[in-house]
Structures are given as structure tokens and as C-alpha cells.
Design a binder for this molecule. Sequence first.
Ligand code: NAD
Length: 266
Amino acid sequence: MEAASQKRLQNQVAIVTGASSGIGQGIAIRLGQHGASVVVNYHSDEEGAQATKEQIEAAGGKALVVKADVAQEQEVEAMFKAAKEAFGTIDILVNNAGIQKDAALVDMTMEEWQKVIGTNLTGPFLCARAAAREFIAQGIRKDISRAAGKIIFVSSVHDIIPWAGHVNYATSKGGVAMMMKTLAQELAPQQIRVNSISPGAIKTDINREEWESKEGEQKMLSQIPYGRIGEPDDIARVAAWLVSDEADYITGATLYVDGGMTLYPS
Ligand code: NAD
């Protein structure tokens, strides 16, 4: 991974959910390289979270590993408290944690439905609420940022492209798209910016089975005009820019970072 060319996020504190692997890990490392102190949230993969922390520290940044299930209110509250205690403020939330539990509608269990909605939709709500409370109480720290706080949702191209066989996932991301827009409108008067990054196909654990097989890889590539499957850092670079003051006038936007995937009809 190339070094960040400038430290855009010096003295800011970021919470990144699901930062033990994949896109969340990439974002946490990039934010750390840009000078942010990063709360590396994980759910089950402590080793992955420690690896993220080590990479942030190797780049000269600070990191705190915090275990929390984003779907559990008490755990989210405890994570924000730990972040505050360790770093004093919170300036950035990246709602990244997400899961898939695929099944045809007729076979989908309540467990598969509720687990995905809990992690992908309720989790971002709980974290956004905790972050907004903090940002509003804190106000703008003029020496470090023009905004009082920044929230990014890691959504999906499936917040607009339907996805047969994945009704729980596609519904959760459609909900995230509306949550983002509603919160952007609600929080703008308090100078809090809220945006989404919607990835296309990115090589991570969530879709490893697909991209590791030749056939699966070809199928993915056939949906990507730009001709390559994305890497976590393709998303991370955009996230580091979107939470910086360079993007200060952007709120309520969805950036499709997808190699052109959304250009094809579904
Ligand atoms: P991933 O499986 O590597 O990462 C998901 C992370 O979320 C893991 O670290 C996991 O431990 C964590 N997590 C799961 N449940 C959690 C919970 N209850 N509380 C806290 N953390 C939890 O996969 P990824 O591709 O990096 O996924 C990150 C986000 O990107 C997800 O929201 C996913 O929907 C989205 N996304 C991924 C792709 C892709 O192609 N990889 C495409 C579109 C959107």
C-alpha cells in the first residue's frame, strides 16, 4: 500500500466498524496514515483487528481495538465511551460492518433475515445515533475540521440494483441509502456531513468464494466495465478524501466506487 501523501486528518478521531478485515481494515489503515487516531472495531476476529492496529501504528498513527457487536445497543454505547476515554473526542464514524446470509425468499429463515437487518441496518443506526450525539455536544473544532463531524456509510451498488436471492442484504442496503439521506438532511444544520460510499465488487472475505474461482471471477468481471475487480484500498482512498475538508461541501451524496458496475442495467 502506498504511503498517504499528506496527513489530512491530523488530530481527528475515527471509529471504523468491522475493521478487522476487508474494506473496513483498508479504511482504518488509510485514515491512520492520514493522521487520524482510529478505533478499530471488531466482532469476532481479534487477530485481524490487531493486524489493523499494527499497520496503523507502523504508519505512525494511534489505534485502539474495541470489540462490539454493532447490532447491540449496549455494546455500541460502550465502544463510544471507550473511544472518548482513549482519545478525548470523536470526529469521524465509518459505518462499514456488514454481512451476507444468502437464500431464495422461499427458503430464507427469520434468523437469516434478522441477522442481516440487525448488522447492516440497525448497527449503522445505533452507531450514527451515538456519533451524532457526540458531534452535536462537541460542535466544530475549528482548528482541525470545518465540519462538526463526518459519517460515512459503506453501502453497496445493491442499494439501487436489485439482487435476486439476497432480499435481506439488498433491503438492508436500500434502507442504508435512505438512512444516509435522511440523516444528511437532519444533521446538516449542525454542520455534520453524512455520505455513502457504495462499492461494486471488491475482493474481500465476503465474496472470497466467488473471486477465488476462475468461473466466479469471470462472472464478476463481466459486470465491471472498467475490467478489474476492486481492492479494499480503492474504497479506502475515497473514504479518506470524503471525510477530509477537501470534500467539505459534500453531504447526502452516494459515491458509487464500482468500476462502472452501475452503468449496466441490472
Ligand atoms: P468482510 O467480511 O471482510 O468485512 C465485514 C466486517 O464486518 C468483518 O470484519 C466482520 O467481522 C464485521 N462484522 C460482521 N458483523 C459484525 C457485527 N455484528 N459487529 C461488528 N462487526 C461486524 O467484507 P467487506 O467486503 O470488507 O465488507 C465491508 C462492507 O462493505 C459491508 O458493509 C459490505 O456489505 C460492503 N460491501 C462489500 C462489497 C464487496 O464486494 N466486498 C461490495 C459492496 C458492499
